[in-house]
Design a protein around this ligand. Sequence first.
Ligand SMILES: Cc1cc2nc3c(=O)[nH]c(=O)nc-3n(C[C@H](O)[C@H](O)[C@H](O)COP(=O)(O)OP(=O)(O)OC[C@H]3O[C@@H](n4cnc5c(N)ncnc54)[C@H](O)[C@@H]3O)c2cc1C
Length: 374
Amino acid sequence: MKYGSVRRPGRVAVVGVGIIGASVGWNLSRRGAEVVFIDAGLPGEGVTNWSFSWVNASNKTVRRSYFDLNVAGMTAYRELAEAIGPDSWWYPSGHLRWADNPAAEARLLQTAELLADWDYRVEMCTGAEVRRRLEPALTMPDEHPVVFYPDEAWVHGRHLVDRLVGKAVASGAELRSGTAVCDIATSTNGRTRTVALSDGNRLDVDIVVNAAGPNASHVAGLIERHLPMRREPGVVTRLDCAQVPIRRAMHAPHIEIRPDGDTSVVLHSREIDALIGTGQDLAELAQLLHESARHVVPELDAARMAETRVSNRPIPADGFPSVGALPSVPGYYEAVSHSGITLGPAIGQLLAAEILSGKRDEMLADFRPERFCS
Ligand SMILES: Cc1cc2nc3c(=O)[nH]c(=O)nc-3n(C[C@H](O)[C@H](O)[C@H](O)COP(=O)(O)OP(=O)(O)OC[C@H]3O[C@@H](n4cnc5c(N)ncnc54)[C@H](O)[C@@H]3O)c2cc1C
């Protein structure tokens, strides 16, 4: 990403330090901007730590510009892994997807065909090939069609946030964690702002970046901005296992499974998300996830339930990201998105470039915050 002519933006408050805030702040700080990260909790412990964390564009075909942005997200990850090293956060092992009924299978194959037409790498395999070449521990019929997306990945979000924030702090950024932004007052000159924190401190800043994830609507309200967001909770469970029996992330019928380091596996399912709020408690939802996972990977039978959490997805009302300056409020920028794991590093590059150069990138044209201004 080219930055062109760079201006000094003054002091930037990044409100919210998940994958998106960390990426924006790191990109600003490495280019000499003065950054203060503020998080109500601990960096990376919001939705970013409770995500399926699949880096992809194959699930983003709803609109071509959104697909392109997600492809840019995948490219930004490869650049980031080169820039800071892959360490314990980057797992570019591809993604497997298959279905167990004719209608779902037809949709999957149709999408794979569309993606191939859009120059996205797709490999068609059979169940037997997948077990031989990629995942020996899976159960699936030998002749079953399986789609493999070799350029996809999964990310350990919390580790990545720690790396980015650590690097930014080492080059002069400030981190204030365990304190929430509870008020944002505009000075009489209309440009600088005073950010009030729940620990009683007040910070004078020139720019505010709203990267507060599911709480972004509340933070937007502090500058009297209405950012409508959906309420779409998801449940994720972590299992501890002596040895992780799978090597990559996958969408199996009824269950999504991925490794989460050397001794842990993460499970998620849209079908189980639909049960949130219908009377089952967290332990029961986790149990259902475990049962579905066992059908696909029998070795997970011995795994032990570690932790389960419900989080709200940070989704602007129309389902698309809200990224960039809000022209009616000078010095205020938004960085709010679902698919934020896939998009974090690209949003970080694009928004930092916009703050530093004042130029708006065409790639964000469909995702501008002002579309929500009435
Ligand atoms: C079940 C589930 C599965 C998902 N799967 C995927 C996937 O496979 N691939 C993908 O790309 N995306 C996925 N997502 C979406 C993705 O996880 C999110 O888009 C992404 O993590 C959002 O990151 P964030 O930095 O915006 O939010 P967060 O990680 O939540 O960070 C926001 C931070 O803001 C802080 N904060 C909030 N209010 C304040 C305040 N007033 N003052 C200071 N700090 C504040 C919070 O403490 C938090 O740390 C999934 C989401 C869910 C729920």
